[in-house]
Design a binder for this molecule. Sequence first.
Ligand code: BGC
Length: 728
Amino acid sequence: MTIPAYKNPTLPVPERIEDLLSRMTLKEKAGQLTQWFHLGPDHHDLIRKGELGSGLNANSSTAGNNPQERILAECLNDLQKVAVTESRLGIPLIFGRDVIHGYRTVAPIPLGMAAAWSPGMVQAANTIAAKEARADGIHWGFSPMLDIARDPRWGRVAEGFGEDPFLAGKLAAAAVRGFQGNEQDAIPQQFAVDRIVACAKHFVGYGAAEGGRDYNTTEITRHTLHNIYLATFKAAIQSGCGTVMSAFHDIGGIPLSAHSSLLTDVLKEQWGFDGFVVSDWGAVWELTNHGIAADGNHAAELACNAGVDMDMCGMMYLNSLPDLVQAGKVSEERLNDAVRRVLRIKFALGLFENPYADPNAAQVVHLQPESLATMRELAANSMVLLKNNGVLPLRSDNLTICLSGPLADRRKELFGCWAPDGQDEDVTTLKEAITGRLGAETRLHHYELADDAVKLARSSDVMILAIGESEGRSGEDNCTTTIDLPAGQEALVESARRMEIPIVAVVFGGRPLNLTRVMDWADAVLFAWHPGITGGLGVADVLFGDVNPSGRLPITFPRSSGQIPLYYNHRPTGRPLPGGSRRHSRYVDSLDSPLFPFGFGLSYTTFEYGNLQMSPTPQTPEISITAQVTNTGNRAGTTVAQCYVRDVIASVARPVRELKGFERVMLEPGETKTILFKLGPKELSYLDDNGHEVLEPGRFQVWVGGDSTAELGTEFEVTPDGKWVGSR
Ligand code: BGC
């Protein structure tokens, strides 16, 4: 008996897809575009009829599933078996999950990963996550989350790479490569068996939610959309990201899950994205709540015509698309286009040939020592030292340490949001990590609510306070009206101050927090984000100086909630600061500067930048910027050299600074290295309202240094024929 062409692995995939498409009914096509959650025996019938294309194994406060519920390959195989052996055409299911920062080996939250300023480490972490997820039978991870966020009240700021499109764009590309393993910047023709397909989300502008309130409406100009919000998605698509998720919110009245000019004109046509678009959870149905669709039918029509290919956790497509096609409201061509896109990814994942997961793989693949070591290194490198008056690093011998604070001995609190596969028992707490490294004559007192707390503290040499947010206070639907520390924590630091011993505050969190008072009271402050399962160990590595901190803020830390939104790459006003006149853009009750600028972070050593030079790069339209950085302290350390640019006069006011290059540089004490940044048309142009690059001749300023306030700078000029001239 001859096998149908679509089952023949020797034929080219496009041919297999066309053959399969020609055999499918309208209902089966709609089925391929339908994803449902928490599949089990109750759904066998639907699968058997070919009416489900994908399963979502969810876990979130809003998704309504059980926290920490393990994914088991056997359960997914049972479902897959029904699809493959009992449905008419045997099309395999694709299983998706929120693989956001690591999997079983939980990595630091994405905002923390971003603080390491290391595409290489992000790629390595996602490679591990992909391997672990695939071992459980997961094919598709709903990340990277690429929403630029300028409002830390928004809980989902934890899930993204911060406020800067350049840094986030580089990390987006790395995250995609880590998941998918693609060597070319294109969706792989064939994924390796230990890789998963990535999903760039939430397309687009979700981070601009008004008031920092989740799901809220946004107003974004086309200029800002192209230059800030779309940029990270473009970077992901250009590196071959296989899927995109359309967001919940609206921009100026058009919900993103019905936004044809962004989903179709920009994403699919202008950028040539040929993977598929999935809606966010129930977002197709929510078009009725937005008030642009009269009912589910209408919602399906709007979403499908706009370019959403798969309905996540909704039955709108399944129930409505066949009739909509028959009524001519959705063309069969559009339906086929959506199905082709989904099938293409299923073929690329090899699901037609290898639909099942090995039920024993997880045991061998999860929590491998190398994976734990990689995550520990990433965690330690993501931590940002905000203050140190010399108390750090701690010596491990002959010391009495007093450890306190609500997060000192906590496990899942260190995961951060979206860690559905992390298991509490895998976490090393900060207390355990410190205990594990106590040297000779070193003692640890730990108390949460001890009666003799004062005595314990007073008899210690140093106090470590583990404060901040626990994992449940950030992430989806966890927005706050202020960025102040949770109730009681400032008072805790203040009372500790009265013990008159040095205080080290270790702050965990999923967002920038208001640390203004803590900075006054503590002798050292280490911002540790939510660092994942090896996070306690990572903190100890930094506290005891095994790792010299090199994390740099990927997002501005305001002095108070009232300064929000506060971001470094803002546009100039007509009344800039510092200004001569009395009336300029400022507050009368607060300093205008942030508490810590974007890019900031201290080290146990010091660095100096100098000798900035410019020269044309031979045979290219680029200018080379070089600078020297020297380790002026007495310890080896890593700095993150950053290059910022300003287009001084342009037709549209350009930001006062924009990051255009960065590099981690490791230096021995006294060592000097020369760093090189290349600025070409891409770095020096901006995008017009249609997304086209515009490079205007005129003056540019450039700075190189350790954060976004770097002062070492120079200027050059771009001539009308596109040449670069060093001017002053
Ligand atoms: C979130 C997405 C997530 C999806 C699936 C939604 O509520 O917005 O980020 O991927 O649920 O769990």
